[in-house]
Ligand binder design. Structure first.
Ligand SMILES: O=C(O)C1=C[C@@H](OP(=O)(O)O)[C@@H](O)[C@H](O)C1
Ligand SMILES: C=C(OP(=O)(O)O)C(=O)O
Length: 420
């Protein structure tokens, strides 16, 4: 249900604890790897949200069995089916990770998604599968919908791709590469590869399951072999920690994020450095991370190429900061859930802000903001950005708060608990 949501305005500095749901990126990698493993695996504390439910349904439609309990999902690997239909929704991980899984099968799998999903870049998925000898039928636009025809096996070997539009093209191929007869010797060639922590997460998860991966700059070699079944526990989603971290920063308050991992591949771990850049501080307290907001929120000059998915919340903070900010290295965000650079500039400026869109980023000059509707374009992180601006600006109404269900169905309730 689409619901306009008046963003809560705190009456004092925020002082709260939050326990986040599981990581989308880890949950969807765990599901894919379990579906091609050598036996059943259990995923503990998975994220239950639209993107991960779509992933589970996609793998089930390809022949996996997934029993979804409240705190753990048990996956029995794929037994290939003759025909499958996969709804990718708006999930980049589903539209990029699942087609190579379908290529391992022996039937035909049709992929489609939300209207906006048909505009997200998919050309590298289609061309890389074709270069591997897999038949893919599409309408020539390099996007959804398309059909993958599994031929029972994929030979693999050497492959060069341009993954400058999304790191997910690389992760997708690496995840299934141990199941290619010759493994995979993958090179990225083209503009700079974004979101490197996400590729590191892919390599870590493969190695945890006994897969041999060698890597050097822009090149990965995956040896063929079994993917060992493994029971895993998913970490809290540190990218979704962003709006809560921002609540401490924007109000000069304190937020304790429960169970922040000591070490992790998650892009959201960069929040520890981002807090410092905005003038705040973090303290570790046992398993938790405590974020302490500054008296005055500093402007920032940040290259977010590696952690692009944090941009909407960073931009929202920059819009209420005391000094000017520049965010760069994020041209690829135009292919995310929406064109995030255009969406952020349009929506912040609608509230009286001064945001200039650049080819690879945003220049944000502080300006007094006023209330109004903050449109979200079916983008969960645009909704987070609206909520963060609403911490400082009375009368912000976030359009379609339900879009947060993509990765965080409880967001509005958790936010109300933290902010009021
Ligand atoms: O592999 C993943 O789990 C992801 C990779 C990144 O994609 P891009 O490289 O397309 O930004 C990130 O933004 C996305 O939210 C999740
Ligand atoms: C870019 C994102 O998602 P997706 O996995 O759909 O690409 C995101 O969550 O910020």
């Amino acid at each position: 249900m689409r619901m306009d949501w008046p963003a809560p305005l705190p009456s004092a500095a925020v002082d709260a604890d939050v326990r986040l749901p599981g990581s989308k990126s880890q949950t969807n990698r765990a599901l894919v790897l379990a579906a091609i493993a050598d036996g059943p695996s259990t995923v503990h504390e998975p994220l239950a949200a639209r993107d991960t439910e779509l992933m589970a349904e996609a793998l089930v439609s390809l022949g996996a069995r997934i029993e979804r309990g409240t705190r753990s999902w048990t996956v029995t690997p794929i037994r290939p089916v003759e025909a499958a239909s996969v709804d990718c929704g708006l999930a980049g991980t589903v539209m990029r990770f699942v087609p190579p899984v379908a290529a391992l099968g022996s039937g035909e799998a049709r992929f489609d998604g939300d209207p906006r999903a048909r505009e997200r870049p998919m050309g590298t998925t289609i061309s890389s599968l074709r270069d591997l000898g897999v038949r893919v039928d599409d309408d020539g636009r390099g996007s959804l919908p398309f059909t993958v025809h599994g031929a029972g096996s994929v030979r693999g070997g050497a492959l060069t791709v341009d993954a400058s539009a999304s790191s997910q093209f690389v992760s997708a191929l690496l995840l299934v590469a141990p199941r290619f007869a010759e493994g995979l010797d993958l090179r990225h060639e083209g503009g700079s590869l974004p979101s490197l922590p996400h590729v590191a997460m892919t390599v870590t998860e493969l190695r945890r399951r006994g897969v041999v991966v060698e890597e050097s700059a822009g090149r990965w070699h995956v040896r063929p072999g079994p993917v060992k079944a493994l029971d895993v526990t998913i970490e809290p989603d540190l990218s979704n920690a962003g709006p809560f971290v921002a609540a401490a920063l924007a109000t000069g308050g304190r937020v304790r994020v429960r169970d922040w991992p000591e070490t992790t591949d998650q892009a959201g771990d960069a929040w520890r450095d981002l807090v410092t850049a905005f003038g705040g501080r973090t303290e570790r307290d046992g398993a938790d991370l405590v974020v302490l907001g500054p008296e005055r929120l500093a402007g920032v000059d940040l290259d977010l190429h590696d952690v692009g998915e944090l941009t909407p919340v960073v931009a929202a903070l920059a819009a209420v900061a005391d000094g000017p900010s520049r965010l760069s290295g994020i041209g690829h965000l135009r292919g995310h859930e929406t064109d995030r650079l255009a969406a952020l500039a349009t929506e912040i400026n609608r509230l009286g802000g001064q945001v200039e869109e650049q080819p690879d980023g945003l220049v944000i000059t502080p300006a007094p903001l006023h209330g109004g509707t903050f449109a979200t374009y079916d983008d969960h992180r645009m909704a987070h950005a609206g909520a963060v601006i609403g911490l400082r600006v009375p009368g912000v109404v976030v359009e379609n708060i339900g879009t947060t269900a993509k990765t965080y169905p409880r967001f509005a309730d958790d936010w109300a608990a933290v902010v009021s």
